[in-house]
Design a protein around this ligand. Structure first.
Ligand SMILES: Cc1cc2nc3c(=O)[nH]c(=O)nc-3n(C[C@H](O)[C@H](O)[C@H](O)COP(=O)(O)O)c2cc1C
Length: 369
């Protein structure tokens, strides 16, 4: 029997398999996280938008379901520290964006709006306190640099810190902040592009996984985790061949039984080919890869302005809520990556981890016999 696929990252994080499930807002809650951690990977709870009490409750829930290590993910985007002030939106920009959103509201039969979106609650400091007080095993950072001070506080509490970069320059900055491992996010990845300020175009910070991972591996001295476009054992083995010590998957775990994604979203992943997605800022005001639907097509074609980071999401939330409730895939933000072309089933999260490991091991044994 050949040796199992383990790397030094596994001992660093206390996991059996080098497989991480990404924090995903509204999707990766306690059941999914605990299932991945029980299977020997690292489940990561999505902390974004959870008020501190709910975050503590979810952490407690994970702990009732497993005694294995897990993580909590937060975004540290500059536009969230603190959340942007809606008063900064110029009136003509607001009017033009609301006029576009009103076209969707009229189609869906919901009340039209012209008002400024409200300012989002500033939860970050309190969320971080919960993570430290609860001594969560791993703090996972998306869209931001935790900085040396926050990393040192986590380390003092025995917490490992991993953070995600989409460019080699940002990976170097994260290493200088003292993080324990870096997720290299290729442009195939589903969800938001992991930069801490909004780049000038969706083509910026958009390097593919095959190039970015070895480039980051060569540039830093901490373990690198590959993210973007990986959904099966072939991707796992390829990532290890590129020098990564582990993989982080989002889209594959959206389409699992424990994921809280709506059924129509899971079905859209099963139905889509790898070219069904694109990077757009119309969903939230930050560039993100998602499935192209009527909302994306019509918003982009209109030429209407997109509101600043996260204010776009707050302004469009009534459209998204209505679409989610009525099972309307055409007006829902369905963040997903190019790997949806490789996903054809809705297994349990445990089966995903098991099959990633076994197929990668079989492939390795066949290739390197
Ligand atoms: C639906 C969805 C939601 C996501 N939400 C988050 C999030 O809240 N925080 C985060 O750091 N990354 C988030 N991501 C991005 C992942 O961290 C990761 O970069 C990506 O999923 C990897 O590529 P893949 O989707 O091809 O597996 C999300 C991804 C998806 C698909």
């Amino acid at each position: 029997m050949a040796s199992p696929l383990t790397t030094p990252l596994c001992s660093l994080l206390g996991i059996r398999h080098p497989i991480l499930q990404s924090g995903m807002r509204g999707i990766a809650m306690a059941d999914l996280v605990a299932a991945v951690s029980r299977a020997g990977g690292l489940g990561i709870l999505a902390g974004l938008d959870l008020d501190p009490e709910e975050l503590r409750r979810q952490i407690g829930q994970v702990r009732t379901l497993t005694d294995q290590p897990f993580g909590v993910n937060l975004w540290l985007h500059e536009a969230m520290q603190p959340p942007l002030d809606p008063q900064l939106i110029p009136q003509p920009t607001l009017d033009a964006a609301q006029t576009m959103l009103n076209r969707f509201r009229a189609q869906l039969g919901i009340p039209l709006q012209q008002a400024r979106p409200p300012r989002a609650a500033d939860l970050l400091a309190a969320q971080l306190e919960v993570i430290i007080e609860e001594r969560v095993p791993v703090f996972s950072v998306g869209l931001g640099n935790p900085g040396t001070e926050r990393v040192a506080r986590c380390h003092a509490a025995g917490i490992r810190v991993i953070a995600m970069a989409a460019t080699v320059a940002d990976a170097r900055v994260l290493e200088a902040s003292g993080v324990d491992a870096i997720v290299a996010q290729g442009s195939e990845a589903g969800g938001h592009r992991s930069t801490w300020v909004k780049p000038d175009s969706p083509q910026s910070a958009a390097v593919g996984t095959l190039t970015l991972v070895p480039e980051v591996v060569d540039a830093v001295n901490v373990p690198v985790i590959a993210a973007g476009g990986i959904a099966d054992g072939r991707g796992l083995l390829a990532a290890l061949a590129l020098g990564a010590q582990g993989i982080l998957l989002g889209t594959r775990f959206v389409a699992t039984r424990e994921s809280l994604a709506r059924e129509f979203f899971k079905q859209a992943i099963l139905a889509g080919d790898s070219d069904a997605t694109r990077v757009t800022d119309v969903f939230t005001g930050i560039y993100a890869r998602g499935i192209v639907n009527a909302f994306v097509r019509e918003y982009e074609a209109s030429g209407a302005p997109v509101l600043p980071p996260m204010l776009q999401r707050v302004a469009a939330q009534d459209v998204y809520d209505h679409a989610a409730k009525s099972g309307d895939a055409e007006h829902s933000p369905m963040l997903a990556g190019q790997s949806l072309g490789l996903i054809h089933d809705l297994p349990s999260a445990e089966d995903v981890v098991r099959s990633l490991v076994s197929s990668a091991e079989q492939l390795r044994d066949r290739l390197f016999r």
